[in-house]
Design a protein around this ligand. Structure first.
Ligand SMILES: Cc1cc2nc3c(=O)[nH]c(=O)nc-3n(C[C@H](O)[C@H](O)[C@H](O)COP(=O)(O)OP(=O)(O)OC[C@H]3O[C@@H](n4cnc5c(N)ncnc54)[C@H](O)[C@@H]3O)c2cc1C
Length: 410
């Protein structure tokens, strides 16, 4: 194939759509191809476990762009088109129908896939994963008739789905291997807040528990059996045990892959004409001084803007602090910063955890690594400034709601 001057994006999720948007906004007027294996044009996933799942927001609201946007911006959006192979030396992709697509520069924005639960019965009807719009539709439909469900995994997806199920009047048991939900990401002090939140909404937790089997009748799940022999009946079982990056294309092509596609601060892979962004990218973060793979919305929103500029030859680096949010019942939260598992000394609270209106700060020595504002708003920028300043803080002042956060940085 003759050398192509096309810029090609593999993966038409939020990261892929934002990359296309940036490339056009930056003035690239050559051929621009966006390849996605789903049948839907790019959409945002957070509503799929929140407002959309609860029937509170319309389908049209989830899409990244209006349907006409792609045509209007001369973006060759090809849906239902899986990329099956990558040849970095030839600058060529193979598509599922056997055809080839050449590129000058490629962005891998292939995201992540939920991990299945490797137990007998995982293939039964009524065992549900949540990643795509259709998954959310199916779970919403399930909530209409189910009386009780089991959620396997007390992470973000599991807990948000639990809150949506409770809003639909469905009884929920959460099966979690650890001693608290979100223990690994938040640590004991703040994980307890989420445990209490759900317990207050009559959610039953089974901690230190592992599913041995999903049981079924006539091909449909009817409960789970734990390794200690306990049977928990359920009309459906929702699996939320994490995701794996879709890095197979890169790996098969011989690119460096380690917990996702390993990229530098310019989001460039081990081949200079292949970049990666979003859930699939394990990117070197200049401020954190390490590679991080972030599975959150804000990362998929912002990283492609840097990757696209780098594809156009600009000298840029991605150094935004990780940020994410959740909404569960009447708790809204934003988290800014990064703490490696076990990488903090203590948590300082500003405000009242019992009324669920507080900011939690994770500290290493007297330096703030991350902050989480719960039902407290308009503080993300001062928290970001506090973390990136790298300054030591007076923890008594940090805990005092009377001291403006901005005053702690000066
Ligand atoms: C239910 C749910 C709720 C969430 N809630 C929050 C939240 O509250 N806050 C938050 O910060 N984050 C949240 N997230 C995470 C956030 O949605 C993700 O970080 C974000 O979607 C990542 O975007 P992405 O474009 O990198 O990947 P994806 O959204 O996974 O998009 C990648 C696309 O590429 C496609 N693809 C993969 N392989 C190929 C291939 N070989 N060929 C062609 N196409 C391919 C995939 O099918 C997919 O369409 C949530 C995620 C889910 C699933």
């Amino acid at each position: 194939m003759a050398t192509s001057n096309a810029l090609v994006i593999a993966g038409a999720g939020l990261a892929g759509a934002k990359a296309a948007e940036t490339l056009r906004a930056e003035g690239f007027d050559g051929p621009l191809v966006l390849l996605g294996d789903e049948s839907e044009r790019p959409y945002e996933r957070p509503p799929l476990s929140k407002g959309y799942l609860m029937g509170r927001s319309e389908r049209e609201k989830v899409y990244v762009h209006p349907a006409r946007w792609y045509e209007d911006h001369d973006v060759d959006l090809r849906l239902g088109t899986a990329v099956t192979a990558l040849d970095p030396a030839a600058h060529e992709l193979t598509l599922a129908d056997g055809s080839r697509q050449g590129y000058a520069k490629l962005l891998l924005a292939t995201g992540a896939t939920p991990r299945p639960l490797p137990v007998p019965g995982a293939e039964l009807d009524g065992v549900l994963l949540l990643r795509r719009l259709g998954d959310s539709d199916l779970i919403k439909e399930t909530f209409r008739t189910a009386q009780q469900i089991v959620v396997v995994g007390g992470g973000w997806i599991g807990l948000e789905t639990t809150a949506a199920a409770r809003a639909a009047g469905v009884a929920v048991t959460v099966v979690e291997t650890a001693e608290l939900p979100l223990l690994q990401v938040l640590g004991r002090e703040v994980a307890q807040v989420f445990a209490d939140l759900h317990t207050d909404h009559e959610v039953v937790f089974r901690y230190g528990a592992e599913v041995a089997e999903i049981t079924g009748t006539l091909g449909h799940a009817d409960g789970v059996r734990l390794t200690d022999g306990t049977q928990i009946p359920a009309d459906a079982v929702i699996i939320g045990v994490g995701v794996a990056p879709n890095s197979g294309l890169a790996e098969d092509a011989g690119l460096e892959v380690d917990n996702g596609v390993r990229v530098d601060a310019q989001l460039r892979s081990s081949h200079p004409d292949v970049h990666a962004a979003g859930d699939v990218a394990n990117a070197f973060h200049p401020f954190l001084g390490t590679h991080v793979r972030v599975e959150h919305w804000a990362n998929a929103l912002h990283q492609p803007q840097v990757a696209s500029r780098a594809m156009l030859g600009q000298d840029v680096a991605y150094d935004r602090l990780p940020y994410f949010f959740t909404d569960q019942y009447d708790l809204g939260m934003e988290y800014t910063g990064y703490v490696a598992p076990g990488g903090y000394d203590r948590v300082v609270f500003r405000g009242d955890t019992r009324s669920r209106e507080f900011i939690a700060f994770w500290l290493s020595g007297d330096r703030v690594l991350a902050g989480m504002n719960v039902n407290v708003w308009d503080v993300v920028e001062p928290i970001r400034a506090l973390v990136t300043s790298g300054r030591t803080v007076d923890t008594a002042r940090l805990a005092d709601p009377g001291v403006p956060l901005a005053d702690l940085v000066t």
